[in-house]
Every structure is written in C-alpha cells, then in structure tokens.
Design a protein around this ligand. Structure first.
Ligand code: HEC
Ligand code: HEC
Ligand code: HEC
Ligand code: HEC
Length: 233
C-alpha cells in the first residue's frame, strides 16, 4: 500500500539502476575508443592521399576545417519527464491511481523558505529522504509555482531543464561533464559512426540525497599460489 504523499518515483529508480550498468559499459567503450581512434586517423590519411598530392599535415588540417566532409551524428542529453506528481492513494473508476499536481495544494499555501530537512516537514512529505548540504527546499523549488524549479536569480526553470540548476552550484562537475570526464553516456564516442546520448545529472544523483551510493567492497579472491607456504619454518 502507498501512503498519501508518497511519490511516483519507482520508474525513475529503475532507470537510475540501468544507468549504473551504462556507466560500466562506458568504461569498456572508452577502452575500445582508444583503439579505434588511431584506426580512424589512418583511414582519413588513406582517403585524403587519394584526392590530393599535398603533404599529410596540410591534408589533415583541411579535413579538420571542413566538418561537412565527415558525417557527424548528434549528441543529446537524456531529460527527466515533466513535473513530478503526488500519488494520492485513491484510485479512479478504472482502477488507476489518482495523482495530484504539486500546484494542487501549493497554489493555496504560502511558500515556506525555512523548510530544509525532512524533520521540518511534519505536515506532509514527511517520507522524503533529504541530505543535500543545508540548502532550503526553495533554493531549487519555485515558491511561485511548485510545478517548476527556480534559479538563484529567481528565474523559473522547467523540471526537464534541471541540469541548469545543478550547474549553478556545481560548476566544476558541470565542466567535467561537458568534456566527457563526468557523467558517462551511451552510444558512440566516434560521432562519425553514430549518435551519442549523455546521462542527465539526475539519472545518477537523487536531487534530494545526491551522494552516489558507495560500492560494496567484497573479499578479494583467495590466491592459493601467492600465499606464503604454511610450513614456512
Ligand atoms: C496534498 C497536498 C500537497 C501536495 C499535492 C504537494 N504538497 Fe508540497 N507541501 C504540502 C504541505 C502541507 C507542506 C508543508 C509541510 C510542512 O511544513 O510540514 C508542503 C511543503 C513543500 C515544500 C517545502 C517548502 C514549503 O513551501 O513549505 C516543498 C518544496 C514542496 N512541498 C514541494 C512539493 C512538490 C514538488 C510537490 C509535487 C510533487 C508537492 N509539494 C505536492 C502539501 C502538498
Ligand atoms: C537541489 C535541489 C532541490 C532541493 C534542495 C529540494 N528539491 Fe525537491 N525536487 C528537486 C527536483 C529536481 C525534483 C524532481 C525529481 C524527479 O523528477 O525525479 C524534486 C522533487 C520533489 C518532490 C516530488 C518527487 C519526490 O522525490 O518525492 C517533492 C515532494 C519535493 N521535491 C519536495 C522537496 C522538499 C520538501 C524539499 C526540502 C525539504 C526539497 N524538495 C528540496 C530538487 C530539489
Ligand atoms: C543551491 C546550490 C545547490 C544546488 C542548486 C545543487 N546543489 Fe548539490 N550540493 C550543494 C551543497 C551545498 C552540497 C554539500 C557540499 C558539501 O557538503 O561539501 C552539495 C552536494 C552535492 C553532491 C555531493 C553529495 C555528497 O554527499 O557527496 C552531489 C553529488 C550533488 N550536490 C549533486 C547535485 C545535483 C545533481 C544537483 C541538481 C539536481 C545539485 N546538486 C544542485 C549545493 C547545491
Ligand atoms: C553516470 C552517472 C553520473 C552522472 C550522469 C553524473 N554524475 Fe556526478 N557523480 C557520479 C559518481 C559515481 C560520483 C562519485 C565519485 C566518487 O565517489 O569518487 C559523482 C560525484 C559527484 C559530485 C560530488 C563531488 C565529486 O566530484 O566527487 C558532484 C557535486 C556531482 N557528482 C555532480 C554532478 C552533476 C552536476 C552532474 C550533471 C552535470 C553529474 N554529477 C552527473 C556519477 C554521475
């Protein structure tokens, strides 16, 4: 049974798990890319030496300066669905769960910027797990419209654009993300071969408790041969 106020998050959780698998795949893909990049360079040389007699370095520069000579697929970023909704615990005549938009309640409530932790929430949302610095709920949520987020300068931001919000406080990670060192992706590193889809910050980090789950250490496999002999003396 779901308690009222519990949120439709199960689908997203499942997605997060699949992203972790994606991350592992990426590590493998990176290794593969290191190999294929050098192969790719060879291909360009062979092709261009056919069309021109100029020396290799000049030809390479021409290829770099004219991206139209090579087909480039697009890079896209996965986006979360629109605003979240609250599961009311009721079902409609077809037996489907009834959900409510955030604004259903919040359009008639005064926004409270002193709410920061789960303990502050004694009226509703008490089941939220919150562990994200000491920032107020309203550093992210939009007090004027709870179906949207808000940037530090007060500008409204749709839930689908949540990465702009993360970037505002986590510049270094966003920079690393932009050049591919943080965040991972699925698809092709080599954009002449196919498109690339990058993960969203919230695919991996829960915005309320963003710490990435630590890996569970396990015992290393026992090595019979490298152990000191039992009859050492
Ligand atoms: C059934 C009514 C109801 C719905 C629907 C609802 N809320 Fe709330 N919300 C409340 C109440 C009541 C509080 C005050 C809790 C407290 O202070 O103990 C609250 C507090 C909050 C706060 C803390 C800031 C403040 O103004 O108190 C945020 C942020 C918030 N809700 C976001 C949301 C979001 C996002 C949704 C949609 C997923 C949502 N709420 C849906 C009733 C609701
Ligand atoms: C760092 C920014 C940030 C802070 C701080 C934050 N939220 Fe959220 N919150 C979000 C985002 C982004 C979503 C959308 C999550 C999604 O769609 O998976 C969300 C979703 C929600 C939801 C609906 C989905 C859910 O997880 O239950 C509620 C309710 C909510 N927030 C309430 C609160 C309350 C109450 C606080 C303060 C105690 C708070 N939030 C603090 C960014 C934040
Ligand atoms: C208003 C500023 C602000 C926003 C917006 C914000 N964060 Fe944070 N974030 C913080 C602070 C403050 C900390 C805590 C730093 C510390 O404890 O050293 C933090 C910590 C983190 C951590 C490290 C958690 C840990 O315990 O190791 C992650 C990951 C993170 N944020 C991700 C996100 C993501 C993803 C978003 C967008 C949904 C986001 N943040 C939005 C301020 C923000
Ligand atoms: C593919 C999953 C993934 C995505 C997508 C992702 N991160 Fe992370 N992030 C991680 C992991 C894993 C860690 C933990 C690194 C560690 O523990 O050493 C982390 C750590 C962090 C931290 C804590 C400080 C640090 O560098 O260790 C912050 C802040 C952070 N991420 C922000 C972001 C932001 C902002 C985005 C979106 C631009 C983002 N992350 C996208 C997986 C991801």
């Amino acid at each position: 049974m779901r308690v009222p106020g519990e949120i439709a998050m199960t689908r997203r959780r499942r997605r997060r798990r699949s992203v972790v698998v994606g991350l592992l795949v990426c590590a493998t893909a990176a290794g593969w890319y290191a190999g294929s990049a050098s192969r790719g360079a060879g291909q360009v040389d062979a092709q261009s030496s056919k069309q021109s007699t100029a020396n290799t370095r000049d030809v390479q520069r021409t290829v770099e300066n004219s991206p139209s000579s090579m087909r480039r697929f697009a890079v896209s970023i996965r986006k979360p669905e629109g605003p979240p909704r609250v599961i009311t615990g009721l079902t409609d005549l077809h037996g489907n769960p009834v959900t409510a938009a955030c604004s259903t309640c919040h359009s008639t409530r005064k926004p409270n910027s002193t709410n920061r932790t789960a303990q502050d929430l004694n009226e509703f949302h008490g089941n939220l797990k919150i562990s994200h610095g000491a920032i107020s709920c309203l550093s992210c949520h939009n007090g004027e419209d709870y179906d949207a987020l808000k940037l530090a300068d007060g500008r409204r931001l749709e839930f689908t654009e949540v990465m702009t919000l993360c970037a505002q406080c986590h510049g270094p990670q966003m920079k690393a993300y932009e050049h591919g060192a943080h965040g991972g992706m699925t698809g092709h590193w080599d954009l002449s071969r196919g498109p690339q889809v990058k993960n969203n910050c919230v695919d991996c980090h829960n915005p309320h408790a963003p710490q990435f789950p630590k890996m569970q250490p396990t015992f290393k496999p026992k090595d019979r041969f490298l152990e000191p002999p039992r009859t050492a003396h």
